[in-house]
Write a protein that binds this ligand. Structure first.
Ligand code: PLP
Length: 404
């Protein structure tokens, strides 16, 4: 944890915990690096569903070319928080009301999921115009990926045969402007695998358009750039990805490529900070019970991984009995929920972990608080903190540095 964050955490009382701490300075640096790594012909959108925290969105606004939203709720929220940012509206199962408000709000792109949805658009469009990308489930082969949205039977996007039916609808309605195709097939790919997928998708799209005499202006290849929860330092290689895109784009000189990552943009800026309430041994295994749990940070339950963490030792123990602790042994970190599924990290060897120590879970900036079932058991919500070194002058912390 960076010292400015650690200082802030040091000033939090126990009752401020659990706390979500967002490193806005780190986020700013990270997204600027992503932007700088991408060729100019590539546009960068942020998929707001990864984390729609207002200050996170405001930090990203102006540093990306737009936000991708996937519901009427996200659309309203993003418009309120960052009115100037271009919006692409995607996602399955758009209602007529959502489509109408998206068109009224003047979304920059509409990502259409089916022929029926396209026909609904024609009903609510009035005398406006809309720029459309058709989302296609491109017949590519995907190997082992964290999450597959396509390349197999899927509720997302449409089969190539449906695209042709959409072309008929578009040809008959001058208010619909086809700009190109949208593809979001998988999550969790490394830079090399992502490049191979983009290559395959662009070749398919070029062939498809050529056969139909269409000039494609744009292909949005989605998000899914991998992050490694087992190794927070193993960040997606944006430089290699950007460098690899250059020769690819040279083969499609009139095409604008769009990417719309979510997780790989915001995962690293968020920390879920909490505290050890109890430590016990059960039939040979050690458990640490923490304030909060997966009702605040569902990510490890949803993805079935161990959330990486740092221990922030606390030296204020004042009870007259021996402080419960684990030492050089595997510990399972669980939350306060009455379910065996409330596990944040399983059998991780710690040098020392004591009741009262604080635990800062890393990579909690994407699909974390906003995907969590926080009404379950009615524990208090976490507090939220945004650290921006451009505006705060951090005072010295009262807590020691983490174990090295
Ligand atoms: C979720 C989603 C994204 C972002 O995916 P990440 O894995 O967070 O990068 C992008 N595009 C679409 C259509 C999505 O559904």
């Amino acid at each position: 944890m960076r010292s400015a964050l650690l200082d802030h955490v040091g000033r939090l009382t126990d009752d401020d915990l659990p706390a979500y701490v967002y490193d806005l300075s780190g986020l700013r640096e990270h997204v600027d690096r992503i932007r700088a790594a991408l060729p100019d012909s590539v546009q960068l959108l942020y998929a707001a569903k990864a984390n729609s925290d207002s200050r996170v969105l405001r930090t990203l606004a102006g540093r990306v070319d737009g936000f991708e939203v996937a519901s009427g709720g996200e659309l309203r929220h993003v418009r309120a928080v960052a009115p100037e940012v271009p919006i692409a509206f995607g996602g399955p199962g758009k209602t007529e009301t959502e489509l109408a408000s998206a068109l009224q709000a003047g979304v920059e792109r509409l990502h259409v999921e089916s022929e029926h949805e396209l026909r609904l658009v024609t009903v609510v469009l009035g005398d406006g115009l809309v720029d459309v990308l058709l989302r296609v489930n491109v017949p590519v082969h995907l190997g082992q990926v964290a999450l597959a949205m396509g390349g197999r039977p899927s509720p997302f996007g449409m089969d190539p045969a449906q695209l042709d039916r959409c072309l008929e609808v578009i040809a008959a309605d001058p208010r619909l402007r086809l700009r190109g195709l949208h593809v979001h097939l998988a999550s969790g790919l490394g830079a090399q695998a992502q490049l191979e997928l983009v290559d395959e998708v662009l070749a398919w799209a070029g062939h498809w358009a050529h056969e139909r005499g269409i000039s494609l202006a744009e292909v949005n290849v989605g998000g899914g750039m991998g992050v490694d929860y087992a190794d927070p330092l193993q960040v997606f290689d944006w430089s290699a990805f950007g460098a690899g895109l250059k020769p690819l784009m040279a083969r499609h000189p009139h095409l604008t490529l769009r990417v719309e990552p979510g997780r790989s943009v915001t995962a690293y800026c968020g920390w879920y900070v909490t505290q050890v309430l109890d430590i016990k041994s059960s039939r040979g295994q050690t458990f640490a019970v923490l304030r909060g749990g997966t009702h605040h940070l569902r990510t490890p339950a949803a993805k079935q991984h161990d959330q990486p963490f740092e221990v922030i030792p606390d030296e204020t123990w004042r009870r007259p009995w021996t402080r419960p602790e684990a030492r050089d042994e595997p510990v399972t970190l669980v939350g306060q929920l009455c379910t065996p599924k409330d596990v944040l990290a399983r059998r991780i060897t710690v040098e020392r972990l004591r009741v009262g120590d604080r635990v800062a879970f890393a990579m909690a900036g994407a699909y974390a608080w906003n995907i969590s079932h926080h009404a379950f058991l009615m524990h208090p919500h976490p507090t939220f903190h945004h650290i921006d070194e451009a505006e705060t002058s951090a005072a010295p912390g009262t807590y020691a540095r983490p174990l090295s």
